[in-house]
Design a protein around this ligand. Structure first.
Ligand SMILES: NC(=O)c1ccc[n+]([C@@H]2O[C@H](COP(=O)([O-])OP(=O)(O)OC[C@H]3O[C@@H](n4cnc5c(N)ncnc54)[C@H](O)[C@@H]3O)[C@@H](O)[C@H]2O)c1
Length: 554
């Protein structure tokens, strides 16, 4: 694993619970960040990089200890709020009167500000409006909000001797964009920490296995992400190498993985070969000092994932899995609804993929290479399940049917049942012999339920000879409709459609670059992908023995 420089924060005047707790939880999710809460300025501030003060300073003047800390190179972030708050003059700004709450559109003063890398051009911040009116010439405005047809500062910074101070009136402490920006601001204030918001050079990526399914996706995703660039592709097959060169003419081509890993332009390798080769190739790439993103499923067994983790720790390189479907809009809608408590406590869920169709004749249907029927989609569905129910898994039960498609080695249908430490249950079923599909999502909570309906959509093109061409969109690529059913005290069940987030592309790569360059949390951590493989392996074992397998992630 790569390690990021420690960031030690002193949080003053903010006894828990406080409005900034969601932001503190975000900071604490990064192992290199530590937060110490205190009511008074400690005598010794030397172990801190930044001080955060939340709210009013008693008389508007800074404590002598904080003043000295800043002048000697420390950072100070003031979270401003309140009608009568006086900001210490050191910030070089005055607060405007407090106005009613609104949804404020917030933008960076300069789109190419180093802190803006891979961030959206603007975001909406709910909360009361209050701006920061510059009172010193050297006050830097970092972010503005629109207010009554004017751009008004809401995040400012200023250099004080060897240190930096910053102030913001934004108050959306649970907003993902705010959290990311405020964390980057803390890194900026903590001058002692070498930050790499904008990498000195972009992260060079090599694709190992120019897979027909994901080769172009990876290349395009990388090239559209700030501070990343596709440098090379490697494939045993000359046709696949030629395909890579057609798609990305500027890249270098390699026949051997070792040769590609030796290219100084390649910092990170994406392993996109068949699953039974993931572990050995990933370990080989890491032993040559390259960061690795491995396609899903991470590997076929726990022994393999343990060896991969050991290698990343030994060589100090990044390893995680391409869990791109963590960014699917239906999953994100479900996750948000559950997190917001829309259905109460989630205690039961079923998920499904499949239909009644002949399996493909490729390795995907050959068990020794694929791992088995559930390894393909299970690599995504089980990842969704472990993120929605993060508890320890108590037992895994797998069942399997081989009744129709005897020309392939994968089973026709596999079902995995999980029992969690808190008593919750979850199921994933992949069936190639289900003439009627179950819903993709079926979740029960203590106050309601979420269920989805598949959307079978076709695209029609005008054809001069045949009048029209019909192209069905695969059901797995079409977000299903999601409905929440909630119990109301009147005894009625009330239904509502779930809000779908806006579909954005290549968020996986954005999150990866954020993590590598600034230490921001990975949306899909390696530990979850390892848990998925442990469940898949335990399910296969259970299918063979006919008995549940106890505790797989102790
Ligand atoms: N994340 C997703 O949404 C998603 C979608 C589809 C496939 N996948 C994953 O992508 C991977 C590839 O799937 P695919 O169906 O495209 O496979 P594929 O077999 O079509 O492609 C794999 C490529 O790797 C090459 N290769 C194999 N061993 C090699 C080696 N040692 N050195 C260099 N090249 C080598 C092969 O020649 C082939 O071109 C699988 O792990 C699959 O599960 C992920």
């Amino acid at each position: 694993m790569i390690s990021h420089a420690p960031l030690s924060i002193l949080l003053l005047n903010s006894p828990a619970p406080s409005r900034i707790d969601p932001f503190c939880a975000y900071l604490r999710s990064m192992p290199h960040v530590s937060i110490t809460r205190a009511d008074a300025v400690p005598q010794d501030l030397s172990r801190f990089h930044v001080i955060i003060t939340d709210g009013d300073q008693k008389d508007g003047s800074p404590d002598a200890g904080i003043d000295g800390f800043v002048r000697h190179g420390g950072g100070w972030l003031c979270l401003g709020h309140g009608a009568n708050q006086a900001l210490p003059p050191v910030f070089g700004v005055r607060l405007s009167p407090l106005e009613p709450a609104a949804e404020l559109r917030v933008t960076f003063a300069e789109a190419d500000h180093p802190m803006a890398g891979r961030m959206p051009a603007s975001f909406y911040s709910p909360g009361p409006y209050q701006s920061l009116l510059p009172a010193a010439d050297d006050c830097m405005v970092i972010m503005y909000t629109d207010w009554h047809y004017q751009r008004m500062p809401v995040l400012t910074a200023r250099t004080i001797d060897r240190g930096l101070v910053a102030c913001t009136t934004l108050q959306c402490f649970d907003h993902p964009c705010f959290q990311q920006i405020a964390y980057r601001l803390l890194l900026f204030l903590a001058r002692g920490i070498r930050t790499q918001f904008a990498a000195a050079r972009s992260i060079g990526v090599g694709i190992l296995g120019y897979a027909q399914s994901v080769g172009q996706l990876h290349g395009t995703g990388i090239n559209t992400t700030d501070s990343m660039r596709l440098a090379a592709a490697c494939d045993l097959s000359p046709e696949r190498r030629a395909r890579a060169k057609t798609d990305f003419p500027d890249i270098k081509l390699y026949e051997s993985a070792v040769d590609m890993a030796g290219d100084p332009d390649v910092d990170l390798v994406i392993v996109a070969t068949a699953p039974n080769t993931h572990a050995a190739l990933a370990v080989q790439m890491m032993s040559l000092g390259r960061h690795v993103i491995c396609e899903k499923p991470l590997a076929l067994s726990r022994t393999e994932t343990d060896a991969m983790l050991a290698s990343s720790l030994k060589h100090g390189v990044h390893l995680s899995c391409h869990q791109n479907r963590r960014f699917d809009v239906d999953y994100r809608a479900v996750r948000q609804a559950v997190a917001e408590g829309l259905i109460g406590d989630l205690f039961y869920m079923e998920t499904f993929v499949g239909g009644f169709a002949h399996p493909c004749g490729y390795w995907h249907s050959h068990q020794p290479v694929s791992g088995g029927t559930s390894y393909d989609w299970g690599g995504h569905y089980l990842d969704w399940i472990v993120s929605l129910i993060p508890d320890r898994i108590k037992s895994v039960t797998g069942t399997s049917h081989k009744r129709v498609w005897h020309d392939v080695t994968n089973a026709d249908q596999e079902r995995i049942h999980l029992l969690f430490a808190g008593g919750q249950e979850a199921e994933f079923m992949h069936s190639d012999i289900a003439a009627v599909r179950k819903p993709k999502w079926y979740l029960l909570g203590t106050q309601g339920a979420i269920v989805s309906a598949w959307r079978d959509v076709s695209q029609y093109d005008i054809d001069p000879v045949l009048y029209f061409q019909e192209q069905p969109i695969p059901a797995t690529e079409m977000p299903p409709e999601l409905t929440a059913h909630r119990y109301h005290q009147s005894g009625n069940i009330v239904c509502q459609s779930l809000a779908m987030p806006r579909r954005e592309h290549f968020l996986f790569y954005r999150n990866l670059a954020d993590h590598l360059l600034t230490g921001e949390p990975l949306v899909a951590p390696l530990s979850d992908s390892m848990k998925v493989v442990a469940m898949l392996e335990a399910a296969q074992q259970s299918m063979q023995t006919g008995r549940p397998v106890e505790v797989v992630n102790d």
